[in-house]
Write a protein that binds this ligand. Structure first.
Ligand SMILES: Cc1cc2nc3c(=O)[nH]c(=O)nc-3n(C[C@H](O)[C@H](O)[C@H](O)COP(=O)(O)O)c2cc1C
Length: 322
């Protein structure tokens, strides 16, 4: 991996993104630095000295040596760059303020503290045990399963089964890297023809959030630390189908993207409330867009953890057509 560039952060004016380029054209690794981390790095590089910058997850470290600067990231291969190169680029970057920019987020971005457990062994054991049963038989005969305590917090099945809506958020700021992760989850969601027939608005402005509360039937939690509005954008879907089909595709695109973001938020220890009840015309006016809003996703740290809600039995949910 070769260090490529430093660019403005996706979510804030103060941080930055350091991009390494891989072998393939769209293969990149990105390290996101927040305001303090960037300032600490600038401090070391300015003095021409060596030192370390601890990252938000408290285990990842940037080690500035005299020759090479190493990015020692949790569960991620070591990234390196010549110190002279990073010094030139970072100090040049830090000279002027930068606006957050819309950038493409690839799937291989680095986000601190996301721990992926190697579950291969467990999977092999499970598939051996259930090899004689079809999946549908297993689903229909299954009893509610106790959540395994040894699953990684980011195990997708744990995220599914422990996720709960929250209507009361702590005031705590959500870290930029978590917001990036939530946005990149929307970006990698499947879409009709891969045309990504949707648009996401990240609402940072307090007054806009308050206006959205009003537009959403005065639901107060719409004023959450992170508010995303997912809109349909059928004109992006370049498929030869009637307009109503393109509308349907873009509504599905926007909805699945929002669901990916919702799960990503849960995966990084946040909680969400999905808002479907709002006045579409009011929301359009507030955002200054002609795009139709499909859902508002409000995200933050929950004030308390809640146990999963019960659902109907799987055998009532699934009808098997033989
Ligand atoms: C399409 C949709 C629309 C929703 N709209 C609202 C809403 O406007 N206000 C609200 O408080 N919750 C809303 N919810 C959240 C549901 O009430 C919540 O997901 C449901 O009660 C299940 O609880 P759980 O998410 O904690 O499992 C909506 C959920 C969905 C999927």
């Amino acid at each position: 991996m070769e260090f490529q560039t430093i660019e403005a952060s996706y979510t804030s004016k103060e941080g930055c993104r350091l991009v390494w380029k891989g072998v393939d054209e769209d293969d990149t690794d990105v390290v996101i630095l927040n305001k303090n981390e960037l300032e600490n790095l600038v401090e070391i590089l300015k003095k021409n000295s060596t030192g370390e910058v601890e990252l938000e997850d408290q285990t990842s470290i940037i080690r500035v040596n005299s020759d090479v600067t190493q990015f020692m990231l949790t569960n991620h291969p070591l990234l390196e760059v010549k110190t002279s190169i990073i010094q030139d680029r970072v100090l040049e970057y830090a000279k002027v303020p930068h606006e957050p920019q819309y950038v493409y987020i690839g799937t291989k971005e680095f986000y601190p503290s996301v721990w992926i457990r190697d579950d291969k062994k467990t999977q092999q054991e499970t598939s051996k045990k259930d090899s004689k049963k079809s999946l549908i038989e297993a689903i229909l005969s299954s009893e509610p399963e106790k959540i395994r305590q040894d699953l990684s917090p980011t195990d997708i099945f744990r995220v599914f089964s422990t996720r709960r809506s929250t209507r009361k958020f702590e005031k705590t700021k959500v870290e930029d890297w978590k917001i990036d992760k939530i946005l990149s989850a929307a970006d990698v969601a499947p879409t009709a023809g891969n045309f990504q027939g949707f648009q996401v608005y990240l609402i940072k402005n307090k007054k806009t959030k308050e206006a959205l509360v009003e537009a959403a039937n005065k639901q107060p939690y719409v004023d959450a630390p992170v508010v995303l509005v997912f809109c349909t954008e059928p004109s992006r879907v370049k498929l030869k189908f009637p307009p109503e089909i393109l509308e349907k595709f873009s509504l599905q695109d926007a909805t699945i993207a929002a669901a990916f973001s919702l799960l990503a938020a849960s995966g990084v220890g946040l909680s969400t409330i999905w808002i479907g009840m709002f006045d579409e015309e009011k929301v359009k006016r507030i955002l200054g867009t002609e795009l139709r809003p499909s859902s508002i996703l409000c995200i933050g740290y929950p004030d308390k953890k809640k146990p999963p809600k019960s659902r109907r039995k799987l055998k009532d949910l699934i009808k098997v057509i033989e």
